[in-house]
Design a protein around this ligand. Structure first.
Ligand code: FAD
Length: 699
């Protein structure tokens, strides 16, 4: 189709980890096949688009980060549209469709998208297409795929409307005819039962993402007797279907190997803005007994020689590397074992078809291969469908090729969810399962996301322990399973555990090979901004803390701080303090037995501890979980929270605990205030809004 017949729309994305960007790129690619042209920009590139004068439809893809914040790349934009002096018809000329990405395990699901959507509406902008809210918890594709499918018709209608307004007609017909041609392609996908070798057609953007293909010899994928699908095996109907697979993402990275001379970039160059601090780990304590189900460690960092500062309740980030053995294994599979120490120059490929291709910000222009694989790429990331699609091209075995196609196809969507997403399969798992797949380094750089620094809540007070910062974490363990031959530890917690082994077990023959005193390992940390999870500014205000397991961590900081304030300001009035703590077994994982000291010296007014796995001989069974304990103190909860305008803090596991606690609080409010559940939920929402019901939760 001739370019001047193409209708343009503005496509904005705001991404935190790359998902919104990848989806926007998919829309951009598909647009061409529909006779449309997407003018795509990151929302932060505010000099490249102007909503104030935008006449064409606008499509927005935006993710959510933290506890309901828009991604960093949307901050400036959100700030701009939230200007309260803007009139209510500021965007009256604007037609838009918005796709929000989020995770319903978090309280403020898709809040980044909802915030922008709400504000655009307030400023008079109109939807040309219903807002889609995709949930990473159940699979983004469940909403994203049909939303993109419906987008083209909605855009067509938006253009027709625009045409009516402009009194123009000619070029819209072109769009209509291109759109009406698309279903044609779909109808042509009649299934063929013919079994023959598959030849993939390539080539950037094709006419829609639909690739008609004949079946490969399905015996290669499903051996006789295999009636159950698995990562590597498919069964009918998937194994016998013609597949709709995504268009092959254009390659856009070029790598050049150089010599071994030079220096790798400093780790601080890997984070955008802010400063990193390399600090020694001065203490490591195992808080759980050897026979506890989980191993919990407390680490103490010496920050005395830095300007790093924190308040109790803050979180901070640890820059962590990928596992050394996994890096070595990957180098071997890539056939680059000898090149680990070689410097690699990473550039955008000349003539790439990828729109606006730039070198990913987390990849240095020049660093060693090992540096890239160790510090820059999240090797454990669950591969996206576009990555699987690209891997098809690097796979020589026909059966493996077909299975990879299935896993990224529409027809194989539930197999993808089951065997890849829910099984948390990573690149190495895939390369083991599909041994003829030999990806190139540039493909890894193009498709693997940034290795994210991990956040931890501070578990100390700078008043109580000047120059020190403590934090507490569970060593995350993933046992071996059908899709993962070996057991693994969490990237960061596994690394930290190994790093501090000589501090934990100084007598054992651990990493400290020098003998003598344990080595002082250093780690790189940086501040995590925007935390509202702090003690009430007025010490006379009462507050309740709920922190089972490692969720206790920030509250130790709160209590240390409060203890010091009480010692230093004997004339101040201090409000009452409650702590609901829970663990499995009193003798195995009661993390901070010194909580009793806080109780004895009056820092803590009420301590309620429950043990979920300890048996009890009491007539009335004690509460198992913190949410059960809270229900026993319904009157006190309403008094502190509503009558005395106190604070309520919840920290720890978001999946199982945080929702249970907020349900308990809703029930308590409903019962004690004699209001229905809906009203109680509104009261809780109001408390959240007022930042008096605060959560710091993680998975
Ligand atoms: P990762 O390797 O990142 O794996 C962790 C998660 O990835 C799993 O929970 C799972 O969802 C998924 N996953 C990856 N691979 C697999 C697999 N093979 N099988 C199953 N699931 C898999 N944690 C604490 O312990 N203490 C704290 O004080 C703390 N504070 C936090 C504060 C904030 C604000 C946030 C956002 C998080 C906090 N966390 C805390 C969580 C912490 O940041 C890390 O997520 C956690 O320590 C795990 O990191 P990891 O690199 O060891 O695990």
């Amino acid at each position: 189709m001739c370019c001047d017949l193409k209708r343009r729309f503005l496509l904005l994305y705001a991404t935190q980890k790359g998902q919104a960007k990848a989806i926007a790129e998919e829309i951009w690619q598909e647009a061409g096949a529909h006779g449309l042209e997407a003018d795509m920009h990151c929302m932060s590139e505010m000099d490249k688009y102007n909503l104030e004068t935008e006449k064409d439809p606008v499509v927005i893809v935006i993710s959510t980060t933290g506890t309901g914040d828009p991604p960093d790349t949307a901050r400036k934009f959100v700030k701009k549209i939230q200007d309260t002096t803007l009139p209510s018809d500021h965007f009256a000329h604007l037609q838009y469709g918005l796709l929000g990405l989020g995770d319903s395990e978090y309280t403020f699901f898709c809040n980044g998208g909802k915030t922008v959507d709400r504000r655009l509406q307030e400023l008079g902008a109109q939807h040309f297409y219903d807002t889609g809210l995709a949930d990473d918890c159940v699979g983004l594709e469940l909403v994203v795929d049909p939303w993109i499918d419906g987008l083209w018709l909605a855009l067509k209608e938006a253009f027709l409307l625009q045409k009516e307004k402009e009194g123009m007609s000619s070029d819209v017909d072109a769009v209509s005819s291109s759109l009406s041609a698309t279903p044609h392609v779909v109808h042509e996908l009649n299934l063929s039962s013919e079994v023959q070798n598959l030849k993939l057609e390539d080539g950037g953007v094709r006419n829609s993402d639909i690739l008609t293909q004949k079946l490969v010899d399905i015996n290669l994928v499903t051996s006789a007797g295999d009636t159950e699908p698995s990562l590597v095996h498919s069964v009918p109907p998937v194994s016998q279907s013609a597949l709709n697979i995504p268009a092959l993402p254009p390659e856009y990275i070029e790598v050049q190997f150089q010599d071994t001379h030079g220096e790798n970039p400093h780790l601080s160059s890997l984070i955008s803005g802010g400063t990193t601090f390399e600090v020694p780990v001065t203490k490591a304590v195992q808080l759980t007994s050897e026979d506890a189900i989980k191993t919990t460690l407390l680490l103490e960092l010496d920050i005395a020689d830095t300007v790093f500062d924190y308040q109790p309740g803050d979180a901070f980030c640890v820059i962590c590397p990928n596992n050394v053995d996994e890096v070595e294994e990957l180098l071997q599979i890539l056939g680059l074992s000898e090149k680990g120490e070689y410097f690699v120059c990473v550039k955008v490929k000349q003539g790439t078809k990828k729109k606006g291709a730039t070198r990913p910000q987390h990849i240095p222009e020049r660093s060693t291969l090992k540096f890239i694989l160790t510090w820059c790429l999240e090797l454990r990331a669950v591969p996206k469908k576009a990555f699987l699609r690209a891997l098809v091209e690097c796979t020589s075995d026909a059966g493996e090729k077909r299975r990879l196609q299935e896993l990224c196809s529409r027809q194989g969507a539930s197999d993808y969810t089951r065997f890849i997403r829910e099984s948390n399969v990573c690149l190495l798992d895939l390369l083991h399962a599909f041994p003829s797949c030999k990806p190139s380094l540039n493909l890894l750089i193009e498709h693997l996301p940034k290795l994210q620094a991990r956040s931890y809540s501070v578990s100390s007070s700078n008043l109580y322990q000047p120059g020190k910062l403590c934090f507490v974490f569970n060593i995350v363990e993933f046992p071996a399973c059908p899709t993962r031959a070996v057991s693994r530890k969490g990237v960061c917690t596994g690394w930290l555990a190994e790093l501090v082994a000589s501090l934990l077990y100084p007598n054992k023959n651990t990493l400290d090979t020098k003998g003598g005193s344990p080595s002082t390992e250093k780690i790189s940390i940086f501040a995590r901004p925007n935390n509202t999870f702090h003690l009430p500014a007025d010490p006379s205000v009462p507050f309740m803390m709920v922190g089972p397991g490692t969720g206790i961590s920030p509250f130790i900081g709160f209590l240390q701080h409060r203890q010091k304030l009480r010692e230093e300001h004997t004339d101040w009035e201090f409000g009452e303090t409650w702590l609901f703590f829970g663990c499995r077994q009193q003798h195995r994982d009661y993390l901070f037995k010194q909580l009793k000291c806080f109780l004895e010296n009056g820092t803590l007014t009420h301590l309620k501890v429950c043990f979920s796995r300890d048996s009890s001989t009491a007539e009335v069974a004690p509460p198992k979980y913190v949410q059960d304990a809270i229900r026993l103190y319904a009157k006190e909860v309403t008094r502190v929270l509503l009558k005395e305008r106190g604070y309520f803090y919840v920290c720890g596991d978001k999946k199982h605990m945080a929702d249970g606690v907020s349900d308990a609080v809703v029930d308590i409010i409903s019962m004690e205030m004699a209001v229905d559940k809906l009203e109680a939920m509104k009261i809780l929402a109001m408390l959240r809004e007022a930042k008096r019901y605060l959560q710091d939760v993680w998975s």
